[in-house]
Design a protein around this ligand. Structure first.
Ligand SMILES: NC(=O)c1ccc[n+]([C@@H]2O[C@H](COP(=O)([O-])OP(=O)(O)OC[C@H]3O[C@@H](n4cnc5c(N)ncnc54)[C@H](O)[C@@H]3O)[C@@H](O)[C@H]2O)c1
Length: 259
């Protein structure tokens, strides 16, 4: 028996990092998984690996900033898999790394679109599908940066802080309406994924090795997290084991925010 037998899940940003690890875990626990991403090549590889392991998954190209694309993905998930029980709003981009006084307005709007508008759209279309299936679980990937500020990350901090509160409003609306839909946010510390590797490699302040060392020191546990460790937290929120958890923020950060 898998922990998600009989459920249909949709994971955005499933081509790499946390999304890929999560899609694999959810499928291994019995969910049929719709994997979406703008990166079709890597996304299809994730789906091929899930299918090769004997599980069920499909890939759709999907820009999470487009409402039209969300309508298509919701429709196709319904047609292919018969409904939706789990949504992981995971797709995201890193901060621009520029102070507010220099940050171009277009850059600000781009980060807010990918990291926050996407979560609003995902919740909107998932609630519509899930209420027809008798309920579900929406998991929104925020960050420790949705809890505490960091210089030169105004765009990302604002987006991830927005995800935190949007999650609570969605949880309250779904509870009030009696939809049996739970909505929670996950707040990872630094996780060793292509996103973090990209930030480290682009840095002009220190070498990649120095910067990885500095990031490691921010985590009392003494290392960065892995994508699978975030996937495990998401799996808990996706499963019925978390049936009394809604509107909550699950911090998975190796102790980063404990001090
Ligand atoms: N890695 C970390 O340290 C960390 C920490 C806290 C939160 N997060 C959050 O976790 C989520 C996943 O991060 P990751 O580290 O796995 O990143 P990643 O860059 O490894 O993967 C993100 C995926 O999102 C996709 N994507 C980007 N823009 C998209 C768009 N417009 N539409 C659809 N897909 C798009 C990318 O193609 C990529 O496959 C993000 O929301 C990120 O902000 C990451």
């Amino acid at each position: 028996m898998g922990r998600l037998d009989g459920k249909v899940a949709l994971v955005t940003g499933a081509a790499k990092g946390i999304g890929a690890a999560t899609a694999e875990l959810l499928a291994r626990e019995g969910a049929k998984v719709m994997c979406t991403d703008v990166d079709e090549t890597e996304g299809q590889k994730v789906v091929d690996a899930i299918q090769d392991a004997g599980h069920t998954a499909s890939f759709m190209t999907h820009d999470v900033t487009s409402e039209e694309a969300w309508e298509k993905v919701a429709g196709e998930t319904q047609r292919s898999f018969g409904g939706l029980h789990v949504l992981v709003n995971n797709a995201g981009i890193a901060p621009e790394g520029i102070p507010i006084e220099d940050l171009p307005f277009e850059s600000w709007k781009r980060t807010l679109a990918v990291d926050l508008d996407s979560v609003f759209l995902g919740c909107k279309y998932a609630i519509r599908l899930m209420k027809e299936c008798g309920g579900g679980s929406i998991i929104n990937i925020s960050s420790i940066m949705g809890l505490v500020g960091t210089p030169r990350s105004s765009d990302y901090n604002a987006a991830k802080g927005g995800v935190r509160l949007l999650t609570k409003v969605a949880a309250l609306e779904c509870a009030e309406a009696g939809y049996n839909i739970r909505v929670n946010s996950v707040h990872p510390g630094y996780i060793d994924t292509p996103l973090v590797r990209g930030v480290v490699e682009r840095s002009e302040e220190a070498s990649a090795n120095e910067l990885m060392g500095m990031l490691t020191m921010l985590h009392p546990i003494g290392r960065l997290g892995t994508a699978k460790e975030i996937g495990q937290a998401i799996l808990f929120l996706a499963s019925d084991e978390s049936s009394f958890v809604t509107g909550a923020e699950l911090v998975v950060d190796g102790g980063y925010t404990a001090r």
